[in-house]
Design a protein around this ligand. Structure first.
Ligand code: GTP
Ligand code: MG
Ligand code: ZN
Length: 317
């Protein structure tokens, strides 16, 4: 397993952290790797097949993905109760989490700062039906046992959340020592500052491994749509009862989704969020198709050039 920095990695070898070079293989935190220990420094020679991979679209318009973590069982979507819950952000986190092949759960941090954590739990329950949610506090210790239970005995979880929500504080409380740097109270107003800058694997005393990550602002969707279907399983279920198979839930007769909105079983805001994410995924798919088409055209053009050149140099018989 590894933690990755640009061109380098920290590899856990027999329980020790060893710096290694990874110029040939691209590793991400959570990867299982083959290491050539004879070279100095040790060199990562291969990355084993990943059983899950958390990805997002690279921010800034590129049609490329970034792997944030590999081989995790659980994606802990972390939200700080010192700020309002943003349903759209929660949706995105859940879509990426399901898409990774892992299972999501929501961790609400800083519960000590609100009078009624139960209200926040209800709010999240409405946005993320069927997903486990826990309210925690690194200050009072609330909810930490439950999170430990989720991880015991051998599960690996990655923390996914904006900067400053308290991911590293949670890790430190679960480990029992101040292993991860936490934003100092004095610097707490420094907006846009990332306290954690690498993705680190942290083994927990009660078993399990936590992957602390730098906070992420952008959560561009990536994937084939399985994550969206899982996140909005309620909408997909309803859609299964629409009269038309390709119903777009936009006024068609016999639309079960619209009927559910009309009689209050489905929040119209939730349907709208589903639609928006669906559009984003479709857009991504189109751009990926376009990219693949251009690459194919370039290959064909190259092939033609080679054939032409060959003909020109072929001896006349
Ligand atoms: N009151 C309260 N403050 C908390 C709690 N957890 C974290 N904080 C504070 O929130 C701030 C940010 O915490 P960090 O753990 O550094 O946040 P992070 O998510 O790791 O941030 P990045 O590493 O930048 O992504 C610090 O000032 C913490 O002291 C909590 O449970 N209660
Ligand atoms: Mg941190
Ligand atoms: Zn419909």
């Amino acid at each position: 397993m590894a933690r990755s920095d640009r061109g380098g990695a920290v590899v856990l070898l027999d329980g020790r952290s060893v710096p290694a070079r990874s110029t040939r293989a691209h590793v991400v935190a959570g990867d299982w790797v083959a290491v050539d220990v004879a070279s100095d420094p040790p060199e990562v020679t291969a990355v084993l097949e990943r059983r899950s991979a958390l990805r997002r679209r690279v921010p800034g318009g590129a049609t490329a993905d970034q792997v944030l973590a590999a081989n995790v069982d659980l994606v802990l979507v972390v939200h700080g109760l010192d700020r309002p819950i943003v349903p759209g952000r929660l949706d995105r986190s859940l879509v990426l989490a399901w898409e990774s092949g892992a299972v999501p759960a929501v961790v609400l941090t800083k519960a000590d700062l609100v009078a009624e954590p139960a209200e926040a739990l209800d709010e999240v329950g409405a946005v993320a039906p069927g997903v486990d949610v826990v309210a925690t506090s690194a200050t009072t210790g609330l909810g930490l046992e439950e999170v430990s239970r989720w991880l015991a005995p051998h599960r690996t979880a990655v923390l996914l959340g904006a900067s400053g929500v308290g991911k590293s504080s949670l890790v430190n409380r679960l480990v029992g020592t101040d292993l991860q740097a936490v934003r100092s109270v004095r610097a707490a107003d420094g907006k846009g500052r990332h306290t954690t800058t690498t993705r680190d694997l942290v083994p927990l005393p009660g078993g399990g491994v936590l992957l602390d990550t730098p906070g992420l602002r952008a959560l561009g969707l990536w994937g084939e749509g399985e994550g969206l279907s899982r996140t909005f399983a309620d909408v997909e279920d309803l859609a299964g009862s629409c009269r038309f198979r390709d119903c777009r839930h936009a006024g068609e007769p016999g639309c079960a989704v619209q009927a559910a909105v009309d009689d209050g079983r489905l929040d119209p805001g939730r349907l709208e969020r589903f639609r928006r994410l669906e559009r984003e995924l479709t857009h991504l798919e189109l751009r990926l198709d376009e990219q693949a088409r251009r690459a194919r055209d370039r290959r064909v053009a190259r092939l033609y050039r080679e054939i032409k050149r060959e003909r020109r140099h072929r001896p006349r018989s």
